[in-house]
Design a protein around this ligand. Structure first.
Ligand SMILES: *[C@@H]1O[C@H](CO)[C@@H](O)[C@H](O)[C@H]1NC(C)=O
Ligand SMILES: *[C@@H]1O[C@H](CO)[C@@H](O)[C@H](O)[C@H]1NC(C)=O
Ligand SMILES: *[C@@H]1O[C@H](CO)[C@@H](O)[C@H](O)[C@H]1NC(C)=O
Ligand SMILES: *[C@@H]1O[C@H](CO)[C@@H](O)[C@H](O)[C@H]1NC(C)=O
Ligand SMILES: *[C@@H]1O[C@H](CO)[C@@H](O)[C@H](O)[C@H]1NC(C)=O
Length: 458
């Protein structure tokens, strides 16, 4: 229920209600073809997100949220993309400072405060944030490495982790053998590095990144992660424990989104038809499976968890990032626009209705529901902001920069980061293996894809 019908009350009564501030809950009106309307919505949604950010930092450490590290990086990625298309620069100085702070002592988003327990996907999100800074022309920081250099450091470290000990390649989900989930090779880690390599290739024109993007996609097709033959099905994970013969098949939108945008960028660079086929194939499944007919077919839903309210804090974000990646796909491959536009527009209108929580436009998770579903926090605000920003991207007369029109962001070659190839790591003990053993057993019973979310406590 919404509290919009103040029109039926007398003006004074309405004012009294407003002043009380309790009952006044209202939708955000969204006009999907109006930049002003979308900008206003973005502003209204970003504000509470930022409040959550300020309140939830661990002991005031810039860019470190309690119980998670990568979420702030993903938030900065979202905010920079939002800034580029809205012009709302009120968060820029803090974003800039905190992004650089978390690059850590070696400028590689692998600071020793966290590096013992990180997954490749955690580090990867900061790399995507850094390349987003370069593409949006986010101001460089005097006396510090360029944003592109930070993105490159992440990509280089992860390429060094390419692991042919099983499965013919791929990078593992977790980085260290002592971590539960080390043997898993998941789509977001591999697809994330694929996307980062493709975007670095486009930004820098360095063909090494093109080769890497191609290699990662090849491997993903050869592994059970991407099944072209079943209509571009993207599995969640596969495991080195049995040489990647099978997969955990939970369906998550961001796995599609990351392979989609990387393919679109590759098509933009190479104009090779195979990348167009991949882009269209992945978009086909993404734009049907995650936009269910029962909600009209144009409202984004993280179908595996939304209905039962079982989305954890990671899953709450997926729609937002994927929306941004869909809009970037429309930029990179204009012929996909006709498919993408109604999906993102329908979602924006839905977001306007879902974001009527409490007094200050808190957003929930179920965009398809007309009123706030009661879930609140940084993650759902970020997802909604991503949904609105993606529509601003569709209307904006701009595209991601490259080193040609953002020469300030030229990559520098830092070699401050440490070598962390698997061989250099300590040996695992029986105790350390327990987590992986549990995963192996669960794999047998077919619930590993669900289980790894439970294990991922960060
Ligand atoms: C690492 O931890 C120390 C001690 O809590 C803190 O002062 C510092 O800011 C942290 N650095 C990063 C990059 O989070
Ligand atoms: C291209 O990138 C790779 C990997 O980062 C690097 O080793 C190489 O020197 C770069 N080439 C040029 C011409 O900058
Ligand atoms: C990817 O696979 C294609 C087709 O099998 C092959 O021609 C190409 O050389 C591969 N590229 C890389 C970088 O592995
Ligand atoms: C690549 O992206 C640019 C910028 O959005 C676009 O104008 C161009 O048409 C794209 N190229 C291809 C081959 O799709
Ligand atoms: C952190 O954010 C949550 C919402 O996700 C909020 O309920 C909680 O109060 C915040 N924590 C602190 C310490 O403010």
């Amino acid at each position: 229920m919404r509290w919009r019908s103040l029109g039926s009350l007398g003006g004074a009564a309405a004012l009294a209600l407003l002043l009380q501030g309790q009952l006044v809950r209202s939708d955000i009106p969204i006009e999907v073809t109006s930049t002003d309307s979308l900008k206003a919505a973005g502003k209204a949604i970003a504000a509470p997100m930022w409040e959550f950010y300020l309140q939830n930092q661990t002991e005031g450490i810039p860019g470190k949220l309690t119980d998670t590290w990568y979420v702030a990086g993903a938030m900065f990625m979202t905010l920079m993309q939002y800034w580029q298309v809205s012009g709302d620069n009120q968060y820029n100085s803090v974003v800039s400072h905190d992004m650089m702070f978390q690059a850590g002592r070696n400028y590689d988003y692998f600071d020793s405060n966290y590096s013992q327990w990180l997954g490749n996907d955690d580090q990867m999100f900061w790399g995507l944030a850094a390349i987003t800074a370069s593409e949006t022309g986010f101001p460089e920081v005097k006396g510090k490495p360029t944003w592109t250099s930070l993105a490159r450091a992440v990509a280089t470290m992860q390429m060094n982790r390419w692991d042919t000990s099983t499965c013919n390649g791929g990078i593992t989900w977790q980085i260290h053998p002592w971590q539960a989930g080390y043997t898993l090779r998941n789509s977001i880690s591999n697809g994330g590095l694929f996307q980062l390599a493709a975007r670095l290739a486009r930004f820098t024109h360095n063909s090494t990144y093109i080769e890497w993007a191609e290699k990662i996609f090849n491997w993903s097709l050869d592994s059970p992660l991407i099944k072209e033959e079943i209509n571009w099905f993207v599995a969640d994970s596969t495991s080195g424990d049995n040489n990647c013969v099978d997969s955990g098949d939970m369906q998550w939108s961001y796995n599609y989104g990351t392979y989609l945008v990387g393919s679109a960028v590759m098509y933009n660079i190479t104009q090779d038809e195979k990348w167009l086929r991949r882009t269209k194939g992945l978009l086909g499944r993404l734009s049907t499976h995650f936009f269910p007919k029962e909600y009209g077919g144009n409202v984004f839903s993280e179908v595996a968890c939304e209905k039962l309210h079982t989305c954890d804090r990671n899953m709450l974000n997926f729609k937002g990032w994927t929306s941004l990646w869909m809009a970037m796909t429309a930029w990179m491959v204009p012929e996909t626009r006709a498919i993408i536009t109604p999906k993102l527009q329908g979602s924006a209108v839905a977001i306007g209705k879902q974001c009527d929580g409490e007094t200050d436009n808190l957003c929930g998770n179920r965009w398809y529901q007309d009123t706030w579903d009661g879930i609140k926090g940084l993650e759902v605000q970020m997802a909604a902001l991503g949904g609105i920003t993606s529509n601003l991207m569709l209307l904006a007369n701009t595209s991601p920069k490259t080193v040609d029109n953002n020469p300030n962001a030229k990559e520098q070659f830092l070699d401050t980061y440490s070598d962390d190839t698997p061989d250099a790591l300590p040996h695992i003990t029986t105790g350390d293996r327990v987590g992986s053993w549990i995963l192996t057993v669960l794999w047998g019973s077919g619930v590993v894809a669900a289980a790894w979310w439970l294990i991922k406590q960060k």
